[in-house]
Design a protein around this ligand. Sequence first.
Ligand code: PXL
Length: 290
Amino acid sequence: MIYKEMSCLAIHDISGVGKCSLTVALPVLSCCGVETSVMPTAVLSTHTGGFEGYTYRDLTDDLLPMAEHWRKVGARFQSLYSGFLGSAGQIGLVEQVFDWFKGEDTLIMVDPVMGDGGKLYRTYTQEMADGMARLCQKADIVVPNMTEACHLLGRPYNPGPYTREEIREILHQLCALGPKMAVLTGVWLKEGTLGTACYDARTGEAELYLTDRIEGFYHGTGDLFASALLGGLLNGGSLKGSCEIATEFTWRTIETTFEKSTDYRFGPKFECHLPWLAEKMEACRKTVAN
Ligand code: PXL
């Protein structure tokens, strides 16, 4: 076993039922060997995708006091990773948290969780979407789906299929906002496929990872993908290598969810694939060590 010290502050909501955000980020990052601290942005009974009558407790007022306490006790994080945010004010506070905890080598990942399938989530306002664009400027890496990318860039939403040129243009435009790296989910070129695309503006390297499309809409898979991607990068994986692992991990999970779940709203069945992910992470550490 190769030991590597890795840490992360994950800033997302916690939805009690319907695995997504923190209930996905924590187990996945822990499995990757990353010591993960959490800043819960809101507490919900379920996620907002498909359940009626969920409870929603906004934690905006708690965010800065939490961060101030961490500063007092000397907490440090190698990576800062934000996802679903509950209000426009909260986005500004997360910017502040980034400024406080950003060191020279800190990796900031922003997953601009705003919507899917061409639509913004129910809790999302235009003001929040504008704030999210600002937050992305502070990131080293952004991980939007197609809906989120189009919204961030002011592009009309195209449900697909996409051309390689279109994907490349979106990735370039995302990096032009500020991040060094951009990863797009929900890309496909022809029927029956679905995957991800990555681009590193420092090296110009880009890659597309396509898998067989499994029909259905699977909540929480964006969080699963982004968390595994961050795990790969922290373990020393390249952007391309980490993107490939995260894409396959997500695909394996979707396959199991398709086969075993009777109601996809209750979240992706990823747990049985964690040993596979842990092995891939060990391989990333070995490559770096040799
Ligand atoms: O997986 C994204 C997500 C995170 N958190 C909450 C959500 C969603 C998507 O619907 O509702 C509360």
